[in-house]
Design a protein around this ligand. Sequence first.
Ligand SMILES: C[S@@+](CC[C@H](N)C(=O)[O-])C[C@H]1O[C@@H](n2cnc3c(N)ncnc32)[C@H](O)[C@@H]1O
Length: 162
Amino acid sequence: MDAIDLSPAMIELAMRRVPGNVTCILGDVLEYPLPETGYDGIVSNTALHHVSLEAVLPVLAGALRPGGVLAVVALPRIGRGDWLVEPLALLGQWVFGVVFYLLRVLTRRPWYAFNASHAAMPVVVDPPLTTRDVRRIGTDLLPGVRVRRLVFWRYLLVWHKP
Ligand SMILES: C[S@@+](CC[C@H](N)C(=O)[O-])C[C@H]1O[C@@H](n2cnc3c(N)ncnc32)[C@H](O)[C@@H]1O
């Protein structure tokens, strides 16, 4: 299993936490020589809004074996289609924030508190693409892709390589 990130700080933190069968790679996913059709599955967690989707989807698709699965969670720009989910997300974030704060105080356990990577993590807070944009680009590049907005400021893209 390989894990790739462009940030030395994130790779260093990951190396302290991952099990022995994970190789941490410091590199740019757009340039690193990923093995052609080498992976059964590729998971991207909150990173693809940092790069051009048009550039990265063919790279990841090429690295998947036929029958493999690509699963991406990333941050969408808020679009017109999000008018219902946005108030729900704001309300939910407030409720969960209060509940987890109380649980942290009462149980002295972490309960979704920020972890060590938070301060070092490179973030993009102004993503370029709405979920609708991602669906359009994804459908052009990965026929059969499924893209949907999740409640808490993320979209989910899932593609099964034929
Ligand atoms: C919001 S952080 C998420 C980090 C990690 N995936 C997680 O969930 O904790 C986004 C990460 O994408 C990485 N990143 C951005 N562009 C990249 C690229 N071209 N190749 C590899 N990693 C990249 C950044 O270095 C950053 O660590």
